[in-house]
Structures are given as C-alpha cells and as structure tokens.
Design a protein around this ligand. Structure first.
Ligand code: ADP
Length: 814
C-alpha cells in the first residue's frame, strides 16, 4: 500500500495537466489505488473532484476517512467535490455521444471553479468506465479525447480507472490500444503494479510475454476453429436452402417454427414469414394441437421421431403424403428440433399403382412371367403356376427353356433376338411342356422390358393355354370340311367371309368368288325375306344366336333355294357363323303332300256327298216301313259319314288355306247369338258334358259367321274329347276393350308348357303315351288359328298338364 501511495505521490510533482489510466482487476485494488491518489492530493492541498459511481464514492470516502483525512471538512472547504458519474455524464451526452460544447461547459466550468486560487486539481473519473461497461466504447474513447482537449486549456491531473475484465477478448485489442494512447500514463493492474523488485517485474514481464504468445496462439487457433465453423455453417445453410426435403427448425420450448427452407415453403404453399412462429399443427402437419404436443413430448423422450407416412394438407387444400423425421439436438448449448419432411405422394402413388398392377398380374387367367436377357425366369404369377404346374419358388431362377418342348428349343434364340431389337412377339402359337411332361398349346405375347434409361433388360411373356381352343377348332374344322351341312362365316353387314364347299354348292358359287367378296347376304336373299334376315342379325347382336329359321336364298342361276338357317355369333367379334341346310327336297315333298291331300279330299268329297244323300233316302224309306233295327244301323252309319265328312272338309280347308283359296264371307253378326247357337248345337250331340255359357257382350263383329262358328265347334269338341273324366265345359264371352273375347275352358288332361305353342301348327299332336288313344289329325287347331288370324284376332291357350285347358280367342268389334 505504501509503495503505491509513494508511486502516485511522486508522479504529480510537475504540476502539469496529466491524464493517466489505472487498470484494476478488483474493486479493492481500485479503491486502494484511487484513495492513494486522492489522499495525496488532499494532503498536498489540491482540490479533489471525484466523478464515480455511488458505491465507489462511498468506499473511497470510507477509506480516506480511515486514512485519517477529514473528508467532510474538506468538502465544506470546497477542497473535496464528489459528483455521481452517471448523472454528470447525462448532462453532456447527446445521442449516445459526448457533446464537446456541453462537456466543456459542464466539466470545464467545474474544473475552472476548483482551480481558483491557483490550486492544483486532481480528478478521479469513472464516466469513461461507465460508457465502456455499457458497451458504448466509441463514446468512451471520444470522452477520453475530450478530457485531453480540456487538458490543453485547464490544468488538472485526471485518473481514469477501467476494470481489467472489461477488455477480455481479441475484439478489444484495437480499442484497448486506443484507450492507452489517450492517456499520458498507463498504470497496469495490480498483479504487476504490486510487484516491488525490478527482478520480479522483469520475471512478470517475461511471464506476460509468454502468456501473450500462448494467448495469441490460442486466438489464432480459435480463429481457425471459428472459420471452420463459419464454413460448416455456410455449408449447412446451403444444404438447408437447396435441400429437396422440406426442413423446419422448431424451438423445443415453444414448439414454434424458427426457420423453414425454400422447399418447405413450396411444399406447403405458405411463405417463410407465414411459417415462422407457427406451431406445426397449424400448418397442416398434425391432426390437432393435442397430437402436436404429444409428438413433442415423445421427441423430448426419444430425441428422434420417425413417421413413415403422415398426411399433410397444403395451404390450398391439397392432400400430400410425407415421410416425417424429427430430431432433438443440442447446438451451441441450445436445443433445437429439426424436422425433415419428404414428399412421398408420388412415390406412394407409384407404389399403389405397382400394387394394383401386381394384383392384376396375380389375378390374371393368363400365365405372366418375367425373364432376363439370359432367359432366366424372374417372376411367375399364379396362373403360370396353374398352367405349367411349377410353383414360383421352384421355377424363379431357372431357365425359361425348361418350359420349351424339346423340338422347340431353338425358338428361344429367335425370340430373344427379336426382343433385343426391341420388337414384340405377338400371339405366337407354340407348344410348351408342363412340369408333369404333358404338352399344351399356348398363344404367347412377348414384350421387351426396359429399365428407366430405356435399356432392354429382359422380357415379359403372357401365355394363354389354347389347347382346348385348338382341339375345338380341329373338331369344327372336321365338321366344316365334312360338308354334311353348309357352314359360313360372315360379318354382321352381310359379307360372306368363309364357307365350306357344301354352302358354296347350295348357292352355286366358287371359292374364288367367295374370296373376291362377291357373296353378299342381301343380294343372295329374295326381297321378301330381307326383314327375316334383319331380325336374325338383331337377335344375333342381342342374344348371340338367331335360332333356326326358314328362308330362301337365290342360287347363282336365279333359282330360289328354300333353306333352314341358324346363325351364332363368334365371341367378341362382329362376325357370325351360320349353318345352312338345303330343304328344297323337304319342301318339294310337302308340296306334293299338299297336292295329294287336295286331290284326295276332292275325290272323296263327291262319293261322300252322294253316300250321304242315299243314306237320307234309305232313312226315309225305313221310317215308312217302321224297321227300327235297320233305322238304328242307318243312324250309326250317318254318324260315321258325318265324321268322315268333317275330316274331308277339314282336309279340303287345309289345302285351300295352303294355296290361299279359302273363301271368307264378310258380314256383321252378333257374337252372343252365334256363341249361344253353337253351344246349344254341340250340347245336342253330347250326353257326357254340360256346356255352361257365361256372359253377354251385346256387340257385333264383322266376318264369316260360319267359319267363326267352325272355330267354336272345334274348341268345344276338343274340350269334350280331352276331358273324358270331367262333366263340364265352361264357355265365357267377354269384352276386352274393343275386342270380343271367347274362352272355352275344360277340366281335362291339359297341355304341358312345351307343347302349347306348337299345337297350333299343322298336323301337330301331343304325342305323350297317354294321348295316343285320342283320334284326330292335328289340323283342327291349325285351321281355327288361321281363321281367327284372318279375322284380325288372336288365339292362345292357358293350361297346365293335368289341370285342363282354357282356349281363348279375340275378334275385333265393329
Ligand atoms: P286333333 O284332331 O288331334 O284334336 P287339333 O288340332 O284339334 O287336332 O289339336 C291338336 C292337338 O292339341 C291335339 O292332338 C291334342 O293333343 C291337343 N289338344 C287340343 N285341344 C286340347 C284340349 N282341350 N285339352 C288337351 N289337349 C288338347
């Protein structure tokens, strides 16, 4: 302590203005040092000004008092002045800088006042130290300059004190030097100042030099490290900026976003500014705040969070799938959360498409396999397994030639040569071998497989087992070539594309003419049959088959050829296959039969008429003679002749109908009266059945009264004939809109469904064993049907086998 006091004391002998700086490491040293400076001044009769902080002023005054100095008395005398450093500073600081004019005014006038009476002035100032501590170092340096300027006009000794720790660090190097330069003297801090011997001081200086060296080295090293850090930060920043992953930095304390890279903003559709400060759930990442907080909790526990697929909603409402990886790290003593988001929407879509495709391949009925360019099988679907008998495990990795028939091994080289050229092999029919050695015929399509760069890396083969089709084709071919029946293939428009010789023979054309496309359906069909063939095409399109129908074709010579045709569609094409039977022979026979019937019925009619006439004569004679026995026989003969006459009449009608010669009269008649008359007549001929008539319509129809009567007789006779165990037949007359409806219902054997539409055909009789016993020709219903049809009416039957039948017909009312 004594040493320092001495040092200060000796320093101020000159009486010149002096501005020195004292660096201190501790407050205690500062007080020691300054109290020596101030104390010496008071003792020497100098005026002392203390511009310090309150604590320093108090400690200083305490110390001065301790050193036996009368501070209070000195203050009264005006020898000791203390002012608060901050308050004084505020008097001349303008915009963070000491204003020279004001400084001169405030501080200059203070010194001038103190210096009155030629007294020396000592000042301890802490204003610069305050500015320095605030970080306003420029102002501190400037203030030192102003003090120096003031020193030029005023005489004083100024001691500035700086705490040494305020200069720790490389950045202060320049300013420190400057501060030192501003002072006429610099007093080092106590660790040096307190050393007394020159030897000790020399050693200390050497030590300091050594320390400085190592510090410089350390600083250089640190600078290098900082540079490296900067480089790595830059690199990271570039990665961050350029990353094709969205990156978000999140503050773990608040869970809010502190940074977002460009890709992130692009992905979400928000600007960076919109993202900053947001919680993740607000930008569409988590379902809600709860889920967001839960994720943060989990992250704090595990430090890493990874979600394979997270749904994300972008600002404009799009749904995207992202892979989310979040890490909690320590950086520079802070913890940070980094979230990486990878948009996997496209990848997911591609994966789904791939799965979809795989499912199609797997569910295909065709065998689908992949092979590389060496012919090694790389994939094998379920259909391939079924078709060839090898499981995927067995065959994948094996050469595809395993499936080739021994006599077809060379196909492999040919196929692969085409594949290498990028060509596709389409519907190639060949023979392959199953695991069990059996052969199968397949239709194969082989296509090259390319990688993403377009290089051919293998081939896919799709094979369909066509063994059955081939066998069918062979069978059909035999039928086609057998020429038992005419067969043709035609398109729906009516061009014959292919035909066998039998078909060509029927129409009188050559194969060359067929192939030239000259055979057209419409040209080969007489005009009145066109609508029939159009109906057939319609049925073909709707149901796939036309059903057999009779039509006529025109022979090349112009002759008409009656044919029976059936056409069926060839699946999945607009073509059909037709089967044609030449029925000219049958038609000719029918014609002759009709002619015979016509002739026979005519020939029979004349003798029958005279037979009937003579029977009448005989009857009258026998009645006169009263020969009952003979009359009885004649009556029975008459009944048989009537039956015969009826048959002959029917045959005659039939043949007239065939040739269109049946005459119809046109007259108006009452339906009710006709039905009643017929019912009464028929009732007169039967004792077994009661004919019950129901309903009246009071309306007339127009037509041939006898022929309609004939229809009703026919139906009634059938009803009686086919219900031998029943005793009733119902006849109903009703009106149905503008038609008369007549129904004859019996309770007899009935008609099975399959016969119902055929019984109106010529000569059709139901040929069930039990019906053999009913006599007839099977023409009555045909004639009745034609008569009704001719009158513009309809006839049909409703029946169930064993439950009777209800024959009905309608006639248009006038
Ligand atoms: P047929 O002279 O043989 O009776 P039809 O043309 O009158 O000829 O009748 C044709 C066929 O229809 C008959 O052979 C018979 O099998 C059947 N049929 C007609 N009417 C009836 C009916 N009422 N009940 C049952 N079957 C009937």
């Amino acid at each position: 302590m004594a040493t320092t006091s001495k040092k200060f004391h000796t320093s101020f002998q000159t009486g010149q203005s002096e501005h020195f700086v004292q660096f201190c490491e501790t407050d205690a040293f500062l007080i020691d040092s300054v109290s020596a400076f101030i104390g010496a001044g008071l003792r020497a009769g100098d005026v002392v000004i203390v511009l310090a902080t309150k604590p320093h002023t108090e400690s200083l005054e305490e110390r001065l008092k301790g050193d036996g100095l009368e501070v209070a008395a000195a203050r009264v005398r005006g020898q000791y002045v203390s002012m608060d450093a901050a308050a004084t500073l505020s008097k001349f600081m303008v915009d963070g800088s000491p204003e020279p004019g004001r400084f001169a005014e405030v501080v200059g006038s203070m010194i001038a006042l103190a210096a009155q009476g030629q007294r020396h002035v000592r000042i301890f100032g802490e204003m610069v130290a305050l500015l320095w501590a605030e970080g306003n170092r420029a102002a501190a340096v400037r203030l030192e300059e102003l003090w120096n300027d003031l020193g030029k006009t005023h005489s004083f000794s100024l001691c500035c004190a700086y705490p040494m720790q305020g200069f720790g660090g490389e950045v202060y190097k320049e300013e420190f030097t400057e501060i030192c330069q501003q002072h006429s003297r610099v007093i080092p801090a106590e660790s040096y100042t307190l050393l007394s011997s020159a030897d000790e001081r020399l050693r200390a200086i050497t030590l300091l030099q050594q320390k400085a060296n190592s510090l410089e080295a350390e600083i250089a090293e640190r600078k290098g490290a900082e540079e490296q850090l900067r480089v790595s930060e830059n690199r990271y920043r570039r990665l961050f900026e350029a990353s094709k992953d969205g990156i978000l930095m999140v503050d773990p304390r608040t869970g809010t976003i502190t940074d977002a890279n460009p890709f992130m903003t692009e992905l979400l559709g928000y600007t960076r500014e919109q993202l900053l400060g947001q919680e993740l759930w607000r930008i569409g990442l988590f379902r809600d705040r709860e889920a967001n907080l839960e994720a943060l909790r989990e992250l704090r526990e595990k430090y890493v969070l990874r979600y394979e697929t997270v749904p994300l909603h972008t600002k404009d409402g799009q749904r995207r799938q992202v892979e989310f990886v979040s890490t909690l790290d320590q950086a520079n003593g802070h913890s940070v959360i980094q979230c990486n988001l990878r948009d996997i929407t496209e990848r997911k879509r591609a994966e789904e498409a791939l799965l979809h495709l795989a499912a199609i391949v797997e569910s295909s009925d065709d065998a689908i396999l992949g092979k590389n360019l060496e012919g090694i099988i790389t994939s094998w679907n379920a259909a391939a397994e079924r078709m060839y008998g090898y499981s995927a495990e067995e065959i994948v990795g094996q050469p595809v030639t395993l499936l080739f028939a021994p006599d077809r091994q060379d196909e492999f080289t040919q196929i692969m040569a085409r594949i290498r050229r990028g060509e596709r092999v389409d519907h190639y029919e060949t023979v392959r071998v199953r695991k069990d050695g059996t052969r199968l015929t397949v239709s194969v399509t082989i296509s090259p497989i390319k990688d993403s760069s377009g290089t051919i890396i293998g081939a896919s083969a799709i094979a369909r087992d066509i063994t059955e089709r081939k066998q069918l084709e062979a069978k059909f071919r035999r039928l086609f070539d057998s020429n038992l029946i005419g067969v043709f293939v035609a398109d729906f428009a009516g061009t014959f594309l292919d035909a066998n010789d039998a078909f060509l023979g029927v129409l009188g054309y050559t194969r060359a003419e067929l192939l030239a496309g000259t055979m057209q359906r419409d040209a080969l069909t007489p005009p009145e049959f066109h609508s029939l063939s159009q109906n057939a095409v319609k049925a073909l399109q709707e149901t796939g088959a036309s059903g057999a129908y009779e039509t006529e074709y025109l022979h090349k010579s112009g002759r008409r050829i009656p044919v029976l045709v059936a056409v069926t569609r060839i699946e999945q094409t607009e073509t059909c296959m037709g089967f044609v039977l030449d029925i000219s022979g049958r038609k000719e026979l029918e014609k002759r039969k009709d002619e015979f019937i016509s002739m026979a019925s005519h020939e029979l009619k004349t003798p029958l008429t005279s037979f009937k006439g003579f029977l009448g004569l005989l009857q009258r004679r026998l009645t006169t003679q009263g020969d009952e026995q003979a009359l009885h026989y004649v009556a029975r003969m008459d009944a048989q002749v009537n039956r015969l006459t009826k048959l002959v009449n029917e045959l005659l009608d039939l043949s007239k109908m065939q040739t269109g010669q049946l005459d119809y009269r046109e007259e108006r008649f009452e339906v009710d009266a006709l039905v009643q008359e017929i019912v009464e007549n028929v009732q007169g001929t039967t004792q077994t059945h009661r004919l019950l008539l129901e309903g009246q319509i009071g309306a007339e129809v127009c037509g041939d009264r006898d022929r309609i009567g004939q229809v009703l007789i026919n139906l009634l006779n059938n009803a009686i004939k086919y219900s031998p165990w029943a005793d009733t037949v119902l006849v109903r007359v009703a009106k149905d809109q503008n038609k008369a409806l007549v129904c004859v219902q019996d309770f007899g054997i009935g008609i099975a469904k399959e016969h119902q539409h055929k019984i109106f055909e010529r000569f059709y009789q139901v040929t069930d064993p039990e019906e053999k016993t009913y006599p007839g020709l099977g023409i009555g219903l045909y004639i009745s049907y034609q008569i009704v049809k001719r009158h513009g009416g309809r006839m049909w039957v409703e029946s169930k086998k064993g439950e009777g039948a209800a024959f009905q017909f309608t006639l248009p009312l006038v």
